[in-house]
Ligand binder design. Structure first.
Ligand code: NAG
Ligand code: NAG
Ligand code: NAG
Ligand code: NAG
Ligand code: NAG
Ligand code: NAG
Ligand code: NAG
Ligand code: NAG
Ligand code: NAG
Ligand code: NAG
Ligand code: NAG
Ligand code: NAG
Length: 641
């Protein structure tokens, strides 16, 4: 890490901003929530029930319109892509996807994209590109079109950067999302992820980085002045906003007076033209919570996870924030996030960047001691925040939300008597793939395409995220969620080499248990030099690196040159619950596919030119670290050795 000048607010005055304006820049103003009277009939809570939960009216309407207006055409287009690669699909596959068995026979597909910092954002994007029917190469590979056919898509941590940037930018293609388009000719264009600028140290010059630090901290001051606690998560939000929210491009990234995505709200995604025409899967972002009254004996301690599996998992969608977990089973309107009663309503709190930041807020993991925290790459930001906006006694290492659920579910809900919620990275309980929203029974998800770029071993995924979800669903919330069987420990995962290729879980289960298509970042296509296992602490990628990762990921997701039947096998898995609904028998190539790709399938000799990269001894302690600051990681390791 480059030494960093800690410049304080003086620098902004020195650069020509009058002192009175410091903290009231355009970005600071746009980042500040507003307070006003609640609209007539305002309802703070929606209770969802505990076993087969109810959806919000907004979500129900979106899903039903997407299913009737968009998905029949999307499935047909996907089917044509698969058929072009394989002409011996069983007839039920075509009849289901062509709509010949009626609307209720279509599969309901959810895609989940994991945490793991930039690596996960890039790997997830590469997989989505392979599923994107708009890309002719993906269409010709026989995998394109699944993205268009999905009903839901969820993301957490690095996956939330990918998902949120994608939907707020109005669902561009992946190359455009990563590298930007039209931003120099049209200020409304999208500047891309700007991955070649480090998230925390965008310049190579310590003085300029000091100016940057000061700018991002200053941008959260007005929110504090308006009566809301601010923490490192707000500062992180302002850093992430420069990459994963509209408003920044390579020409203006250095401009400290720019808005840089402040004011762009998660609820506003509802106003993008793709969302308004039901043209994308319904997006959901996941975050964990820490609480003073949590039961630490329910942590997966051998994995070093900080959040007990019993803590509620929160989800953010365009309409609502809350939890389907039976302990809370309550939601609040997204547009009024920050509100805690029905008379005074807050708006503008649901900044898209703050939600990305909450889902990837793992600085509490570096807070082993204050010294370690201060020596992490976020250390300068903690110090500057503490100096600029003193908040004595405030915990600064979590994302702080006025608790909309104060007084709800007393006795079961652990934060019932807390004025504020402390949200953290969605993977801190070990569930680094955001599967939970897709297991909500009313959502009726038949099949989940789970993208896993967790750093377990050698920065590859080893499957432990699935074990964590199995634990939570089986041991804690069996009445609310159902999850297909996965191995109960890592040795079984390793013995069967389940991360050396895509694997189907739940082949023998029945609805409402979904079938899971597991797409691990766990192997290298035959003969290639591995490029997708970069460290989670890498916060800067050249365009060439991103492109190389996209290209390798494309081969991993299409299995081009490895298994020519894979696109057909994927289609067999996608329709399998729908097949059961119409009482058809699995047959033909689908039988062969299930023998090959199912966990527990009869043909375990998956001999197709990849090898698992995770069979080496695991580094259990580090498995949950979705994104640990580099300096803290070094100290943490030093302490452990
Ligand atoms: C970029 O601008 C050109 C010219 O205005 C337009 O045709 C094109 O659709 C734009 N690209 C995107 C991705 O919006
Ligand atoms: C972000 O910018 C894109 C490209 O100009 C635009 O289509 C989209 O509507 C914007 N998103 C929001 C939430 O304003
Ligand atoms: C969507 O846009 C309309 C018209 O500009 C505006 O009135 C409405 O508040 C916006 N909704 C959201 C959720 O941003
Ligand atoms: C904490 O969890 C453990 C394990 O599930 C349980 O035995 C114990 O009773 C719990 N403690 C409290 C205070 O709920
Ligand atoms: C998760 O499951 C494994 C295997 O069944 C078990 O060893 C572990 O204790 C479980 N952890 C929790 C927190 O339930
Ligand atoms: C409602 O919440 C606001 C804070 O947003 C608070 O100032 C006000 O006193 C509360 N009103 C009631 C009636 O509790
Ligand atoms: C914040 O500043 C106060 C006053 O200088 C100091 O006592 C405290 O230790 C600082 N806290 C952190 C987390 O740096
Ligand atoms: C570090 O963690 C402790 C214990 O949870 C907490 O009291 C403290 O506020 C945290 N430090 C910061 C800077 O957030
Ligand atoms: C949940 O309820 C919906 C309608 O409210 C129903 O269609 C669905 O079958 C139910 N699912 C389960 C698993 O009970
Ligand atoms: C389609 O995907 C391939 C493989 O990653 C990529 O090389 C190509 O640029 C993409 N095409 C477009 C138009 O995005
Ligand atoms: C699934 O069922 C098939 C056929 O009954 C059986 O051979 C296979 O072992 C089962 N797999 C699992 C994981 O139970
Ligand atoms: C098992 O799979 C391998 C690789 O796909 C294939 O070569 C072999 O023929 C299969 N064996 C059986 C019995 O299906």
């Amino acid at each position: 890490m480059a030494p960093r000048a800690l410049l304080g607010l003086g620098i902004l005055s020195a650069l020509g901003l009058p002192a009175a304006v410091v903290g009231q820049t355009a970005a600071a103003r746009a980042y500040t929530p507003s307070v006003g009277a609640c609209p007539d009939g305002f309802s703070l809570h929606r209770s969802v029930g505990t076993s087969n939960q109810t959806l919000s009216p907004g979500e129900s309407a979106y899903i039903s319109s997407r299913k009737s207006n968009i998905l029949p055409g999307a499935w047909k287009a996907y089917l044509a892509n698969v058929q072009a690669t394989e002409n011996s699909l069983p007839s039920y596959v075509a009849s289901i996807l062509n709509g010949e068995n009626g609307a209720s026979a279509y599969p309901t597909l959810g895609i989940a994209t994991s945490g793991g910092g930039y690596r996960a954002a890039i790997f997830g994007a590469g997989v989505l590109n392979a599923l994107d029917g708009r890309n002719q190469t993906s269409a010709q590979a026989g995998t394109g079109g699944l993205l268009q056919s999905a009903t839901y898509i969820s993301g957490l941590s690095g996956g939330s950067w990918l998902l949120t940037s994608l939907v707020q930018a109005d669902f561009p293609m992946i190359q455009e999302l990563a590298f930007g388009y039209n931003f120099s000719s049209d200020s409304n264009g999208w500047g891309g992820w700007l991955a070649s600028y480090d998230l925390l140290e965008p310049s190579d010059d310590p003085v300029e980085d000091g100016v940057y630090d000061t700018a991002v901290v200053t941008e959260v001051k007005s929110k504090h002045d308006a009566g809301f606690p601010v923490t490192i998560a707000d500062v992180w939000a302002r850093a992430l906003a420069r990459h994963f929210v509209n408003g920044t491009n390579s020409d203006n990234i250095d401009d400290i007076t720019g808005t840089h995505g402040a004011g762009l709200l998660f609820s506003q995604i509802a106003n993008t033209s793709t969302f308004k025409t039901y043209g994308e899967p319904f997006p959901v972002v996941v975050a964990d919570t820490v609480s003073t009254s949590q039961n630490n004996s329910n942590r997966i301690s051998d994995e070093g996870d900080l959040v007990p599996l019993t803590n509620p998992l929160y989800e953010f969608n365009v309409y609502e924030f809350g939890s389907y977990d039976p302990v809370l089973a309550t939601f609040t309107p997204m547009q009024y996030l920050g509100t805690t009663n029905t008379s005074v309503c807050v708006t503008g709190f649901d900044q898209a960047s703050f939600i990305e930041a909450s889902s990837s807020e793992l600085f509490n993991e570096a807070n082993v001691t204050t010294e370690i925290l201060m020596n992490s790459s976020m250390g300068p930001f903690f110090q500057l925040l503490n100096q600029t906006i003193p908040e004595p006694g405030m915990e600064l290492d979590v994302a702080t939300y006025p608790n909309p659920f104060y007084g709800v579910g007393s006795g079961t809900y652990l934060d019932s008597n807390q004025a504020y919620l402390g949200l953290v990275d969605g993977g801190e309980d070990g569930e680094t793939i955001p599967l939970q929203p897709l297991l909500v029974k009313t959502r009726g998800v038949d099949v989940i395409f789970a993208i896993d770029a967790t750093a377990d071993t050698n920065n590859y995924a080893d499957g432990s995220a699935l074990i964590a979800t199995q634990n939570r669903t089986m041991n804690i919330y069996p009445q609310a969620y159902s999850f297909p069987p996965v191995p109960t420990d890592m040795s079984a995962f390793n013995a069967q080499d389940l991360t050396s290729h895509p694997t189907f879980f739940g082949c023998n289960s029945t609805a409402p248990t979904p079938l899971l298509i597991y797409m691990p970042n766990g192997y290298t296509p035959h003969g290639q030099t591995p490029v997708t296992n970069t460290s989670t602490t890498q916060l800067k990628y050249s365009d060439a690196e991103v492109q190389a990762m996209f290209d390798q990921t494309f081969t991993m997701a299409t299995l081009e040159g490895i298994d020519s039947q894979w696109p057909a096998c994927l289609a067999c898995a996608v329709v399998d619950r729908a097949r059961a609904r119409i009482n058809a028998q699995r047959s033909g190539i689908c039988d062969t596919c299930f023998a090959t790709y199912c966990y527990g399938g009869s043909n375990s000799t998956w001999g197709a030119g990849t090898s698992s990269n995770t069979n080496a001894a695991r580094s259990a302690t580090l498995s949950s670290f979705a994104l640990l600051p580099s300096a803290a990681l070094g100290i943490w390791l030093a302490l452990l050795m």
